[in-house]
Ligand binder design. Structure first.
Ligand SMILES: [Zn+2]
Length: 221
């Protein structure tokens, strides 16, 4: 209990007090995190001819501070942090296509995982992004169909195979012609997850789909 109180009173990324209790990190610390110099991620994502994604973007380069943020977001029951970070990056990223977005969908967690965690961290980020862009967020618009093993130990091909057909558009969701959709996830690794989720949308609708995450590997990695 005591550690929880102390945690709430200090900035997640710095040894200093916060102004308010509901924000877990201060803007000053967030602004110190290096951002991706090429927001469309040419160093980690090579768009194939048949990619269902129009483009992708990550705001920060993945490193210690981002790791702390993601850890708090995923394992310390802090969905409000996700909302704040989503808002933070969406108001700072300068990309022409952001203004064309009609609707925001988070990449879903498998229901079992979501029950254990209590929330989907990508949905929390998506709410913040949607608020910043003034567009609606459909937290359950895409559903996860079957369990996919933890991705971290798999090769790129294995990840791809594992994710094929893992997502589907919720039966109650209807998209209008030519809607532009923004998919949200926490971290961009190979793009396999975002592409699989985007494919589920494009299978049913003629949409343009973009992907946005908080962070990805740095350029020099
Ligand atoms: Zn701080």
């Amino acid at each position: 209990m005591l550690s929880e109180l102390l945690f709430l009173r200090y900035c997640l990324l710095g040894d200093h007090h916060l102004q308010t209790n509901d924000r877990l990190v201060c803007d000053n610390c967030l602004e110190q995190i290096p951002i991706t110099r090429e927001p469309h991620l040419p160093h980690v994502w090579h768009k194939s001819d048949d990619s269902p994604l129009e483009s992708v973007c990550s705001y920060w380069t993945f490193q210690e501070q981002v790791q702390s943020l993601i850890h708090a977001l995923k394992y310390q029951r802090k969905p409000s942090l996700g909302e704040y970070l989503g808002q933070f990056i969406a108001t700072r990223i300068k990309l022409p296509w952001l203004s064309s977005v009609d609707r925001v969908f988070p990449v879903p967690l498998h229901p079992t995982k979501q029950r254990a965690r209590g929330y989907n961290q990508a949905a929390a980020i998506a709410r913040g992004v949607g608020e910043a862009l003034s567009v609606s967020v459909d937290a359950t618009g895409i559903v996860r169909r079957r369990f996919t093993e933890t991705q971290t130990k798999l090769s790129r091909t294995e990840r791809h195979e594992n994710l094929m057909g893992a997502f589907q558009v919720h039966p109650q969701v209807t998209l209008s012609e030519n809607e532009t959709i923004l998919l949200i996830d926490d971290v961009f690794t190979t793009g396999a997850t975002l592409e699989s989720a985007a494919r589920s949308l494009r299978k049913k609708y003629s949409t343009t789909v973009y992907g946005l995450t908080l962070a990805t590997a740095p350029l020099e990695a």
